[in-house]
Ligand binder design. Structure first.
Ligand code: NAD
Length: 364
């Protein structure tokens, strides 16, 4: 039986990256029936929107998507397609494995880094509840706040962003992190917060995390304050395993961790909810390299590895990951960003790196 998967090529370098990934995934021997759906700036003119309904309809049907990066057009009034897909399908967990592969260019080459960042996708300061300086609403809100907290200081003019963190929102993301840890044989979950200062939002997150942890006695649980977490990750990354975080800290720490393991070219991701999942690289559409067969397909292919695991195809996922790791470790058939010098003439293109990964898989 073939897996039905919505394939969204995206724009910029997205189509060449998804094409390389599609070929590599098919070479694992797992059968796919791709439902190709276009979104992004290239179809905006024709469709009148960067996110046609057909894309969401397809994802609702297949429940699994593989997505290339999509440009967020500036000054057109269109919101980010990437955020819209997560919102529409309630993909509440952003999962980013950050694993250091031998041969990757990083300052952390001598360290052991194998982290999974689980970021809450729907709440916190990113919920988009914002009040602009100088408006009537912000004046009303300020007056109301000062009537409730007379000692508070809100200088004028001020903008205000609201940080909602709920019990159900925290519970489902922390439970997701523990379930993930169990499923993938991970030993520890660390909840990251600033509960010492933000008692009613981050404090709630921590309290819920402690309660949920009681249901998983087989997995170690601990918590860290976010600033300390940054220092710890840089100094002792080997101590950490699965991290679960509210949205803003998750955004920052996942980029920190991606930087530790070699940067955007190698950082995969998945957005997962109860209705389904969409897998995509952490990086954007890198439009300046569009059509040049130049950028690194590793992040996108490793997102494909995550998708194979999600589908239960663990053998194929492990074989593909090993093939990627070996090609990267050999350092021969890799893109410019993985060579010691960026203008190295021996760098290969996106599709040639995918070919090398396919050849390696066939040898394994
Ligand atoms: P970007 O990630 O597209 O590119 C930044 C730089 O990183 C590139 O110029 C390139 O040097 C490098 N880079 C990125 N991907 C690479 C790869 N696979 N291999 C080698 N080098 C790579 O970030 P940006 O320029 O800030 O964003 C471009 C567009 O992408 C924006 O419109 C942004 O909104 C969008 N974006 C989309 C997503 C998504 O689809 N999920 C995520 C981030 C940004």
């Amino acid at each position: 039986m073939a897996y039905r998967v919505t394939l969204i090529p995206g724009d910029g370098t997205g189509p060449e990256l998804t094409e390389a990934t599609r070929r590599v995934l098919e070479a694992t021997g797992v059968a796919f029936e791709w439902d190709i759906q276009h979104a992004g700036v290239d179809i905006m003119q024709e469709a009148g929107t960067p996110l046609p309904d057909a894309v969401l309809d397809s994802l609702r049907r297949t429940k699994v998507g593989l997505k290339g990066p999509i440009t967020t057009p500036v000054g057109t009034g269109f919101r980010s397609v990437n955020v819209a897909i997560r919102k529409e399908l309630d993909l509440y967990a952003c999962v980013r494995p950050c694993k250091l592969y031998k041969g990757v260019r990083t300052l952390f080459a001598e360290q052991k880094v194998d982290l999974v960042i689980v970021r809450e996708n729907t709440e916190d300061l990113y919920a988009g509840i914002e009040f602009e300086k100088g408006t009537d609403e912000v004046r009303e809100l300020r007056e109301w706040l000062l009537s409730k907290r007379p000692k508070a200081v809100i200088k004028e003019p001020a903008g205000i962003s609201i940080k909602p963190i709920s019990v159900p929102g925290s519970e489902r993301i922390v439970r997701f992190a523990f379930e993930y840890a169990r499923q993938y044989g991970r030993r520890k979950v660390t909840a990251v917060h600033k509960a010492n200062i933000m008692k009613y939002s981050d404090g709630l997150f921590l309290e819920v995390a402690r309660e949920v942890a009681k249901d998983y006695p087989d997995i170690e649980f601990e918590d860290r304050i976010v600033d300390n977490m940054c220092m710890q990750l840089v100094q002792k990354p080997e101590l950490y395993d699965v991290l679960v975080l509210p949205n803003l800290y998750g955004d920052i720490i996942s980029d920190l961790a991606a930087g530790m393991v070699g940067g955007l070219g190698v950082a995969p991701g998945g957005n997962i909810g109860t209705m389904g999942a969409v897998f995509e690289a952490t990086h954007g559409s890198a439009p300046k390299y569009k059509g040049l067969n130049k950028v690194n397909p590793t992040a996108m292919i490793l997102s494909g590895v995550m998708m194979l695991h999600y589908l239960g195809e663990h053998d194929a996922a492990n074989r593909l990951e090993r093939a990627v790791a070996e090609v990267v470790a050999e350092g021969k058939n890799v893109t410019y960003d993985m060579k010691p010098h960026r203008d190295d003439p021996t760098a290969v293109g996106t599709s040639q790196m995918a070919d090398a990964i396919i050849r390696k898989m066939q040898q394994l």
